[in-house]
Write a protein that binds this ligand. Structure first.
Ligand code: ATP
Length: 247
């Protein structure tokens, strides 16, 4: 792992309930400042990979049984999931895990507590509201009443509040209209460009992922079967056929 690498996953195996093996020697890395996408069909193990990195696997009775994961120069196994958030790793889980009963602003405040571990109010939410003006308009509204797209914006906004070095994004396009997907992905690309935060993006929608990623990995049945710079992957015959629906 070089200093230019923020995340390195080496040859990991993951097992659920001590019996079901889901990852079978998976390796990938994310360079500092890069957007890297991880693609694969349903059940390939994409979400499991993100949970292994952020330490959330244990909540589901899963375990990394071999291999190593380094984040920003240290093994993730040495930290708790909260410790990892404080070190700059934020996992935006599939299904927009927000607090529905709290207002938009209270959701952002809660993300600050996760970061500092203390009850200090953040200096401002301007960064988040700058990227997502719609959240500003609805800042006093209950998060549960936001549209699906706005909830996804809030989930990403919560990550930004934590000022992370690496964001793990699990299917931000899920359940959104094509127009909203385009809007959100344009903002994700801007966030990467302007703040320099690295991203590992899991997606089913390969076309939008390739539009913003620098590098891509394709996984099947628990391991990587193809990887390369995005420009190369989009010209690969199999990728075009199976993931982009082109011939
Ligand atoms: P999807 O796009 O459908 O979310 P994925 O590539 O993200 O798929 P995972 O959610 O990582 O795939 O699941 C990979 C495999 O692990 C699946 O066969 C799934 O049934 C299994 N799995 C996931 N979570 C658990 C769990 N908590 N306990 C047991 N098996 C699990």
């Amino acid at each position: 792992m070089t200093s230019q690498t923020i995340l390195s996953v080496e040859n990991i195996e993951v097992v659920y309930n001590k019996t079901i093996q889901v990852l079978r020697g998976l390796s990938l890395s994310v360079g500092r400042g890069q957007v890297v996408t991880l693609l694969g069909s349903n059940g390939a193990g994409k979400s499991t990979t993100l949970k292994a990195i952020s330490g959330l696997l244990e909540l589901e009775d899963g375990a990394v049984t071999s291999g190593a994961i380094d984040f920003d120069g240290r093994k993730v196994a040495e930290d708790t999931p909260h410790g990892l958030v404080r070190r700059g790793l934020f996992h935006v889980m599939e299904g927009r895990r927000i607090f529905e009963d709290l207002t938009v602003e209270e959701n952002l405040t809660a993300a600050t507590y996760a970061q500092t571990g203390r009850g200090t109010r953040p200096p401002s939410f301007d960064l988040v509201y700058g990227y997502f003006p719609r959240l500003y308009e609805r800042r006093h509204g209950r998060a549960g009443y936001l549209s699906g797209g706005e909830q996804q914006m809030l989930a990403i906004g919560r990550a930004l509040i934590a000022q992370p070095k690496l964001i793990l994004l699990d299917e931000p396009s899920l359940g959104l209209s094509p127009l909203l997907v385009e809007e959100i992905f344009t903002i994700i690309a801007r966030i990467n460009r302007e703040t320099g935060v690295s991203m590992l993006l899991v997606e089913q929608n390969a076309a939008v992922a390739f539009a913003i990623a620098h590098y891509g990995y394709i996984m099947e049945s628990g391991k990587i079967v193809l990887d390369g710079p995005t420009e190369r992957l989009v010209n690969d015959q199999d990728v075009r056929e199976f993931y982009l629906g082109m011939s």
